[in-house]
Design a binder for this molecule. Sequence first.
Ligand SMILES: *Cc1c(COP(=O)(O)O)cnc(C)c1O
Length: 239
Amino acid sequence: MVDVGVGVDTVELSLARRVAAVREQVGEAALAAGRRPDDVTVVAVSKTMTRAAVDEAFALGLRCFGENRVQEARDKFAEPLPPGGSIHLIGQLQSNKARPACRLFDCIESVDRLSLVETLAQEARKADRRMPVLIQVNVAGETQKAGCAPDEAMALAQQVVGTDTLRLDGLMTIAPLVADMEETRPIFRALRELRDRLQDRLDGYDLPVLSMGMSNDFAVAITEGATHVRIGRAIFGER
Ligand SMILES: *Cc1c(COP(=O)(O)O)cnc(C)c1O
């Protein structure tokens, strides 16, 4: 196994080697949990990286990219990705950026408040599309972090499901930064259990997506059911 953990000078490794290492670790974690490696989508977090880096990653087989700022993403993807490529918004979205967001992104992972749902639903209608979204949940209750409180998720989910221009695919969370990634396990498990409860109560509505796990904790997230891992530094090197 190629080690790309914290402390290794990842900047020295080529993109190809880092991508190979991430794939190997994703595959190992999936198999260890009795899951298929293909069931986990790597969202390559390309924030602060150039379009050239994105194109290089695409050539290595990565297809899904994550950006946290609308304007940066508009500039970077003014030239659309080749067919098969997709872009996820993973950063906080201000309502006044909802219009471009509904035109650029294939999924908005950071829906965290009722007022934003309203605006997104309107903009998705104007863009003449059904917009896939995730609800971002602040599971650990960290004051600095975005995301709704776990006990607000049901109301948000019902509001999204009640629109006909947004499609609720699942949940997203960011775990606290900890020294030992095992400590993140309760956070990821709690997101999965919250998803299960929402799915039960939204009778018949499928919520397949759990976007959880980043460079330093994706292996644990995968064993807890992550379908999407958002990986920046382990792929592109330190920002
Ligand atoms: C930056 C970012 C990531 C990727 O973090 P890395 O530590 O670089 O893997 C994932 N998710 C969100 C929401 C981010 O902002």
